[in-house]
Ligand binder design. Structure first.
Ligand code: FA5
Ligand code: MG
Length: 391
């Protein structure tokens, strides 16, 4: 009996994957809500915190003497006009992301079709910039990841990439290892300078990281609001990435970083919820001024409304798919989703999860009736679309 049950379950899983890939091919795993966000380009909206912050960073690179290494004629340029749809070669292969890396999975990245994704990082444009002979540049853009729902995670956010390339003569490097050391020191000096320029006198620490496209790889954390916060990833550009970009690592060396603008802006402007960046309410946008970091005054904290949902899950359970269904079901009314209980039945070994969904509107009160309606619809869709059994 159990063998049969397992076989048919595997078939169902296979079918689900098949349909998922079909839908992917038609460009349909990018929900309408995301498509709408792709058009907003918040970094071009004057007065928007994302644009204010990105201009402060740009100006720092464009006008300050960033480190001890000075290169005559060097000028950082900022490119922000790349399409956010990129091919998987640029996004993953060129920057050495392994074929089986989780970031390539449709559970983590939005696929437009088999070879085109919504970029999950601005590193997708490193190679083409380096190839076009840029040696000092920034790339600014909106990036997308399928993720959990809470106050600091959102399926769309913004990154600023930075790259600086030296030839060995400019830095008096003897050999590759020497050049790498010099580049790493210059990187650290640049980023500590940047963080104190933006955050002021603040405690920082370096953490080891692992990115496929840099070696060594590091993360910078700052101590802010009584906690350590990861503000960027960085490293010395991998020699194979240099080669992929048409450069000779025996002659040139470079560093790269990628920072998340939204979290920086949340701390600096004291914006309590990442969803607020997407608000079209004048009470939000009207508060900010070009070139200034000011403290956000919350204009409302409307009451939250909790609803729980519990269902049985299988091995192929896609939590990000569930998160996306919630967002789609009630748009931005969901502030957070928290798994409050996981239960495995002692006899059947079946596992169930209970999630608490916290509904809260940014700009007005929610009525109990409308929340009930969303929750009812959600229960139906969990059954019909995710094919999960409610408890
Ligand atoms: C990257 O995306 C690398 N491409 C960064 C990089 C570039 C490393 C160049 C080396 C060289 P990571 O996934 O850690 O790394 O994201 C970088 C930053 O983006 C994080 O430090 C964080 O500030 C921000 N970030 C990541 N995920 C989210 C999210 N879901 N919401 C908001 N900000 C995020
Ligand atoms: Mg990280």
């Amino acid at each position: 009996g159990s063998v049969f049950v397992n076989t048919s379950r595997r078939q169902v899983q296979f079918q689900k994957r098949f349909f998922a890939s079909k839908i992917g091919r038609a460009g349909k795993n990018i929900p309408p809500q995301i498509q709408e966000m792709m058009e907003r380009k918040l970094y071009n909206v004057t007065n928007h915190p994302i644009s204010i912050l990105s201009n402060i960073i740009r100006k720092y690179f464009e006008t300050e003497k960033i480190t001890d290494i000075e290169i005559p004629g060097e000028k950082f340029i900022c490119e922000s006009s790349f399409n956010s749809l990129v091919n998987t070669k640029k996004c993953f292969d060129d920057v050495l992301v392994p074929k089986d890396h989780v970031s390539r999975q449709p559970s983590d990245t939005y696929y437009f079709d088999d070879d085109t994704v919504l970029r999950p990082h601005t590193s997708a444009h490193q190679i083409e910039m380096i190839r076009s002979n840029h040696n000092a540049f920034l790339v600014l853009g909106d990036v997308y990841r399928r993720d959990t729902v809470d106050k600091t995670h959102y399926p769309a956010f913004h990154q600023m990439e930075g790259v600086r390339i030296f030839n060995y003569d400019q830095i008096n490097a003897k050999d590759y290892d020497h050049a790498k050391k010099i580049a790493e020191n210059d990187l650290k000096q640049t980023l500590l300078g940047l963080s104190s320029h933006v955050f002021g006198n603040i405690e920082t620490r370096w953490m080891p990281e692992n990115f496929p496209f840099t070696d060594p790889s590091l993360e910078l954390e700052v101590f802010y609001n009584e906690d350590w916060m990861e503000i960027l990833g960085c490293g010395v550009i991998h020699d194979q990435v240099m080669r992929n970009a048409g450069r000779d690592p025996e002659k040139e060396v470079g560093w790269a970083f990628g920072l998340g603008l939204d979290r920086w802006a949340m701390s600096l402007f004291q914006i309590p919820d990442i969803r607020l960046f997407w608000s079209k309410d004048e009470r939000f946008l009207g508060q900010f001024k070009e070139g200034e970091i000011t403290t956000f005054e919350p204009y409302s904290k409307f009451p939250a409304c909790f609803k729980d949902i519990t269902f049985w899950i299988g091995e192929d359970y896609d939590e990000n798919g569930f998160m996306e269904l919630i967002r789609d079901n009630s748009q931005d009314m969901v502030e957070s989703v928290e798994c409050i209980d996981t239960f495995t039945h002692p006899k059947t070994q079946k596992t169930s999860k209970c999630y608490r969904i916290n509904y809260r509107h940014m700009d007005r009160n929610l009525t109990n009736e409308e929340v009930d309606e969303w929750q009812f619809k959600l229960r139906e869709r969990v059954e019909s679309e995710l094919e999960l059994e409610l408890r």
